[in-house]
Each structure stands twice: as structure tokens, then as C-alpha cells.
Design a protein around this ligand. Structure first.
Ligand SMILES: Nc1ncnc2c1ncn2[C@@H]1O[C@H](COP(=O)(O)OP(=O)(O)OP(=O)(O)O)[C@@H](O)[C@H]1O
Ligand SMILES: [Mg+2]
Length: 348
């Protein structure tokens, strides 16, 4: 059986609606009206021990709601979750000792206390043995540089320092699984890279199972082999990060610097646009046009000074998926449409 198993998970939120103005406030007080919002709609997936999975989706897709159910903070409306045979919300205490969680938008550190005091408190709460505590603190210092600000109060830390301290705090008790909900939000490129490097290290060296939500595609590309995409509460993709590039990123561009103006060029299946008199951009579908034959034809017939091939970035593929521009398998897009209409009927 998989380490994490999620089956037909659903979460509905009840949202109280309030009418405008004083009269509206009084009538809302007397007659409570509410609507149901289905944030997670019948999702199923499994994660094996030691896997590192990127969980992505547009704003409001249901990522944080799923993470909150996986960590036992929220109780699902229906469906089941099993983590190593335990239910996160029914066996909350037992689960907490083997689970770590980082919410990038919130901190679990005590706001007014020095960071070192938070670590001492967590050490006490999780009953972390002295040897493990010492070893882990040394590792956090070496890899995350927390020693530089360990005596400062949390409220005095910069965002990057706070995030490093939060990640260290979540890992202090050597959890088997860690949930990251946007751990790189708002960080500069150097700080992001440092955190990604540490996450890779923890997964590789300690075999920690990870679920990682982010809006930064570089986070996923640099850390996770597998990507799960959720949209409108429904999983619309679950596969490898490379596969999504292969399946949906078929457009290639070839930029050519010619020695002289090549004049009009006509090539089947290729769109050509000028980027200057001697510079042209050739755009084509890699499954219809072979790049090697295109290059050999151009170099044989024209004087070519330089060539650059461009693949679509994962960021642009994902953007297209979010915007509904990529033709997913019929079954998947069918599900999406059903969900949208079901949500509308829930809201009406
Ligand atoms: N406590 C709540 N009460 C009511 N509705 C909620 C609550 N929390 C989330 N929602 C709604 O559920 C949906 C999913 O929200 P969720 O926070 O899971 O999205 P997300 O994928 O994490 O988005 P983001 O990328 O913006 O963090 C949204 O439409 C949101 O408005
Ligand atoms: Mg979120």
C-alpha cells in the first residue's frame, strides 16, 4: 500500500452571505443565509515513501485546503486519507510526531521570542533527544545559516530568515513526511535556491517524503520529478515534470542569423517571422517538422552565421494549461467542465 493514499477527497466550505448596509446587516443577523463552496472535488492520488511531489494550480484551486486536510488541520467533507495507515485528523497526535508542515504565508515560530527559544520549546513538545537536537541544529546552521539570527526575536527577522527558521523548525523532530505550502513565496533568487538545495538534500539524505505547493515553476523543475496539477478542486494532471513538457510543449523556435538577407523563405509546417533583415525566427511543431532536417536545409541553401533552438519553458506550458488553452484528454476536460457547472449550481 502507498505511504500516502487519498481517495475521493471532498471539502465544502460554508460561506455566510451578508447583505449590504445597516438593514442588510440586521436581516442577515436574523436570517442566516449561506452558500456552499466546493474547494476540493473528489480527488484521489497516492504518494510513495521518499517521493517528492510538486502540487500546483492557480489561485483558489484547492491546494492549501488539500494540505490542511492532509495535515489534520481540516476534516474532509467526505473521502478518505491514510498516511502510513493513520488518519491525519482522527490520529492527529500520533501523526504530528512524524509530520512537519511549513505554511509560507504564516509562521509557526513564537512571534516575540528569540528563534532559539522556539527551538527549545519544539524540542520539549516533540521530545527530541539531545543528540538529535544537537545534530539537527548543526545541520540547520551549516545549510540554512540560522546561527546568524538565532538570538533575534521572530518579529525582527527578514522574510528570508523567517522562512529558513520555519523550515528548520518543521524538521527539528526528524519527520518522515513534510508538507510545504509555498515555502519560497516572496524570496529573492539566492534565498530561493538555498531553500531548494536544502529541500533536495533532506529528501535525498533522509528520505523524507514531500508534498510541495508553489507558484514558482522553477521550484518544481529543480526539486520534483512528479507534478500534480489541481484546478477548480479537480486534479487535471498527475505525471512527471518531463512528460508534461513532452506532451504539451511541442512548439519549438529556431532563431537564425544569416550572413545576408535570405529574402522570402517558404518551408512546409514552419511559420517564419523576421526579427531583423538578417535574423529570422522559425516556429514549428516538433512532431511535424524535424529540427535536424530544417537546419541542414537552411545551412545548405543559405549562409548561416548562428543558430539558437528554443524550447518552451515549463512556465509558459503551465500558463497555457491554467488559461485552458491546452487540449487535455477529452475525459479530463470533461471532468473539468462538469466540476465548473456543479460549482455554479452549488453557488446558486
Ligand atoms: N476558510 C474558508 N472558508 C471559505 N472558503 C474558503 C476558505 N478557505 C479557502 N476557501 C475557498 O476555497 C477555495 C480554495 O482555496 P485554497 O486556499 O485551498 O486555494 P489555493 O489553491 O491554496 O490558492 P492560492 O494559490 O491562492 O493559495 C477558494 O475558492 C477559497 O476562496
Ligand atoms: Mg494556498
Amino acid at each position: 500500500m502507498a505511504f500516502i493514499s487519498v481517495e475521493n477527497l471532498v471539502k465544502d466550505y460554508r460561506i455566510n452571505s451578508r447583505k449590504k448596509g445597516l438593514l442588510g446587516a440586521i436581516s442577515s443577523f436574523l436570517i442566516r443565509e449561506s452558500i456552499l463552496k466546493r474547494a476540493v472535488n473528489d480527488i484521489s492520488f497516492t504518494i510513495e515513501k521518499g517521493e517528492m511531489v510538486g502540487f500546483i494550480g492557480p489561485n483558489g484551486a484547492g491546494k492549501s485546503t488539500t494540505v490542511k486536510m492532509l495535515t489534520g488541520i481540516l476534516v474532509p467533507t467526505s473521502g478518505s486519507i491514510s498516511i502510513g495507515g493513520l488518519s491525519p485528523y482522527r490520529d492527529r497526535k500520533k501523526n504530528a510526531s512524524r509530520m512537519g508542515v511549513v505554511f509560507g504565508q504564516r509562521t509557526q515560530l513564537w512571534w516575540d521570542l528569540p528563534v532559539s527559544d522556539t527551538f527549545d520549546l519544539l524540542r520539549y513538545i516533540y521530545k527530541v533527544p539531545e543528540k538529535t537536537f544537537k545534530h539537527n541544529m548543526e545541520m540547520f546552521n551549516d545549510m540554512l545559516g540560522i546561527g546568524d539570527f538565532i538570538n533575534q526575536a521572530t518579529r525582527q527577522l527578514s522574510l528570508g530568515q523567517r522562512m529558513r527558521a520555519d523550515i528548520a523548525a518543521a524538521l527539528l523532530h526528524d519527520p518522515e513526511i513534510i508538507f510545504f505550502d509555498e515555502p519560497t513565496i516572496g524570496l529573492d533568487v539566492v534565498a530561493k535556491e538555498k531553500i531548494r538545495e536544502f529541500i533536495r538534500f533532506i529528501n535525498r539524505e533522509k528520505g523524507v517524503t514531500m508534498l510541495f505547493t508553489t507558484h514558482d515553476m522553477a521550484d518544481i523543475e529543480k526539486t520534483c520529478n512528479r507534478m500534480v496539477i489541481i484546478d477548480n478542486g479537480v486534479i487535471i494532471y498527475d505525471g512527471t515534470t518531463n512528460e508534461i513538457k513532452d506532451r504539451y510543449g511541442r512548439e519549438r523556435s529556431l532563431i537564425v542569423d544569416f550572413g545576408e538577407n535570405p529574402g522570402d523563405i517558404c518551408l512546409e509546417g514552419v511559420t517564419i517571422c523576421g526579427e531583423g533583415e538578417k535574423k529570422k525566427k522559425f516556429t514549428f511543431n516538433k512532431s511535424e517538422v524535424q529540427v535536424s532536417s530544417l537546419i541542414s536545409r537552411l545551412t545548405q541553401e543559405y549562409s548561416v552565421l548562428d543558430l539558437t533552438i528554443r524550447e518552451p519553458e515549463i512556465e509558459s506550458i503551465i500558463r497555457e494549461i491554467y488559461e485552458g488553452g491546452i487540449d487535455f484528454d477529452k475525459s479530463l476536460s470533461g471532468i473539468c467542465q462538469e466540476v465548473v457547472s456543479e460549482q455554479r449550481s452549488l453557488q446558486n
